[in-house]
Ligand binder design. Structure first.
Ligand SMILES: [Zn+2]
Length: 102
């Protein structure tokens, strides 16, 4: 598989790194920030997930539903985490469809 490479994003990614945060991934660091610190990109926050717009979107409405618990194992999601993830994806799609009509 060919890898996407976006070197112009390195400055943004590196902005999340501090000496004490180097052990946290970018998404775990986002959980600890308030919306203003996130350039108001976080559009929704649930118990297990938050929804964030991509600062450098590939297309209109490019967003992510991110688990608040650090994991690289999607199959290890609890039923509650999985349920909320898909509920938030569904909500995002509904909102984007509404905005697409304007
Ligand atoms: Zn993490």
């Amino acid at each position: 598989m060919e890898k996407l490479w976006s070197p112009w994003r390195s400055k943004y990614i590196d902005s999340f790194k501090s000496d004490e945060d180097k052990i946290k991934c970018i998404f775990c660091q986002m959980v600890d920030l308030n919306p203003a610190e996130m350039n108001n990109l976080v559009v929704e926050s649930g118990k297990y997930t938050f929804t964030v717009l991509n600062l450098y979107p590939y297309n209109n409405g490019h967003l992510m539903v991110v688990p608040k618990r650090h994991t690289n194992d999607f199959s290890g999601f609890s039923k509650d985490e999985l349920s909320e993830s898909f509920e938030k994806l569904q909500l995002a799609e509904k909102v984007l469809r509404i905005y697409a009509e304007f």
